[in-house]
Design a protein around this ligand. Sequence first.
Ligand code: IMP
Length: 435
Amino acid sequence: MANVAVVGTQWGDEGKGKVVDLYTEKADIVARFQGGNNAGHTLVVKGRKTILHLIPSGILHDNKICVIGNGVVFDPLVFLQEIEELQQGSLLPPNTKLFVSEKSHLIMPYHRSIDQAREARTSGKKIGTTGRGIGPAYEDKVARTGIRVGDLYEEDLFREKLRQNLEEKNFLLTNYYKDKPLDEEEIATQYLAYGQKIKPYVADTSLILDYEIKQGKKILFEGAQGSHLDIDHGTYPYVTSSNTVSANASCGSGIGPNTISTVVGICKAYTTRVGEGPFPTELKDDIGNHMQQVGQEFGATTGRKRRCGWLDMVLVRQAVRVSGITALAITKLDVLTGLDKLKICVGYESARGQFTYAAPASMRVLSACQPIYEELDGWKEDILYAREMNELPANARKYLKRLEELAEAKIVLVSVGAGREETIILEDPFHNKAP
Ligand code: IMP
């Protein structure tokens, strides 16, 4: 058995899409287990840029099974639009199957309205959400008032749930947020029609995964966002509304935790963050601009400029611990090329003492933390063509070595450019040996 979970070690946007895409070649099944269309995996395949927000990026490969698990919040319109886009670009391979869990919770129009109205109202205290209705959809799931994909096939029950929800949501929207009410019949007609269109994809995905595992098939669990956006372990409240850590690969897809054999943490060679919240190593200078420009650091979902800063190993070490990461994939190393000196944050200094393995839970304390840096020499050589570690400049290797020591996890892949081939592969996590 070799099932691999891939999770972000920072605040999302670590470049998971490319790594997942590469590992998909080794896997039979790719499963998403949390989040929704707040994610954005940018892939460059055959020189063509493709962004997938909801459908697993494994869809671009033939002979795979792609699963959207029960832990995902599902916007049927986005799903249908992505399928159409893939079809138009002739990117849908003939033998790849796509399934969505009947237990996935639907993102409804009122979830989007509440998400956006709430963010607009709380000026100064924004989370900086993607405005896709993710948080409100998870709220309803936990409140046990959510509507699930499977409900679309029991029209009377669906209409009743919608009516009950709208009674409350329209009250909130009009009276509290001073927004427009939403029309029940319009939503019912729209969603019941979506239900018919997505019907061929709807299934009990837990059973599918279990069956495939028993056939000896290999699963790749594709995490969205990153460890520090996790609802429990992240920089709360500046987080997303799901558990992004590896353990949720099990809950969010309906298989036992013992089926995950390796957890690969994706770590960008520097740090970025979109949305609000403390960011101890943030750079608001030329170096930060260099990272933003050269790294093309714009949010794949919202187009917002990402905040950039030095690599923060306090964050990475915490992510390694909470997700049981044993293998690290380092991305966007090429973005650091040309910088004279590089800094790695190895701890935080604060009035409460030092933090080295975990970020403080209090956002007030974290905001006041000063990073403790180690300085290393940079490199000037173009690394885009490196395919082996020894083809990297000595200073790039030193940087990676230090990262590996601090993380206490082994580097198994280094990405040196956006293209699939611009990668140094050291180990195959499905086999734990060089491919
Ligand atoms: P939400 O997930 O849309 O509710 O947004 C909550 C926070 O998570 C915001 O700071 C978003 O910018 C951030 N976020 C959500 N999805 C992603 C992602 O895929 N990458 C990076 N940040 C994300």
